[in-house]
Design a protein around this ligand. Structure first.
Ligand code: HEC
Length: 168
């Protein structure tokens, strides 16, 4: 054993489990990419389930890297109002995932301020998730919101993230 692999014997069962898991359930390239791109190589179970949800999202939303609706004052104001009305009960007014209904949820609602998690879903993916929900996790599908309203919400989520960064 080289010094690089000095702790091999301690960690190999974990590696084996990971390899088996990925062979059995997560053989898709999406998972492999997500793992490779994680800067610290750390992929929590929760992040793995987020990657699995991603596989349901159609390609055209996955590749979008910006919102098609300009995040101007009007868009952000509408997004803010819609957020308080529909989302803050779970995601919290600031987007920290601590809304009043969050305690009752098996999977806690996303904390948008925790960028390491939230950046797993880009703008198009967030848009798609708002309209379709995440099924397994309890994130509802907001089918009654128009496409424009969904984009205002995505713009607003990014604003919350920017404000959080500015306050740090
Ligand atoms: C009943 C509680 C609940 C409500 C209401 C709710 N969500 Fe969620 N949301 C969740 C849960 C649970 C998840 C999954 C958490 C995870 O996987 O990290 C989630 C995940 C998300 C995600 C993906 C995670 C991320 O960081 O990008 C987005 C985007 C999102 N919600 C937006 C919204 C928006 C916008 C609204 C309001 C229109 C809303 N949600 C309303 C519970 C809720």
């Amino acid at each position: 054993m080289t010094s690089k692999c000095g702790n091999f014997s301690k960690t190999w069962p974990l590696h084996t489990a990971l390899v088996l898991t990925s062979l059995v359930t997560l053989s898709s390239s999406a998972f492999a990419n997500g793992k490779a791109h994680n800067p610290d190589g750390e992929m929590t179970e929760h992040m793995q389930s987020m990657m699995a949800v991603k596989e349901d999202i159609p390609e055209e939303y996955r590749i979008m890297n910006r919102t098609p609706v300009t995040p101007d004052e009007s868009s952000l104001q509408q997004g803010g109002e819609l957020f308080l009305e529909n989302c803050s009960v779970c995601h919290g007014e600031k987007g920290d995932g601590k809304g009043p209904a969050s305690k009752a949820m098996k999977v806690p609602p996303a904390n948008f301020l925790e960028k390491k998690h939230s950046k797993i879903y880009g703008p198009g993916e967030k848009y798609w998730l708002i309209g379709n929900g995440t099924g397994k996790t309890g994130m509802p599908a907001f089918t009654h919101l128009t496409p424009a309203q969904r984009w205002h919400l995505v713009n607003y989520i990014f604003l919350l993230q920017k404000e959080e960064k500015a306050n740090q």
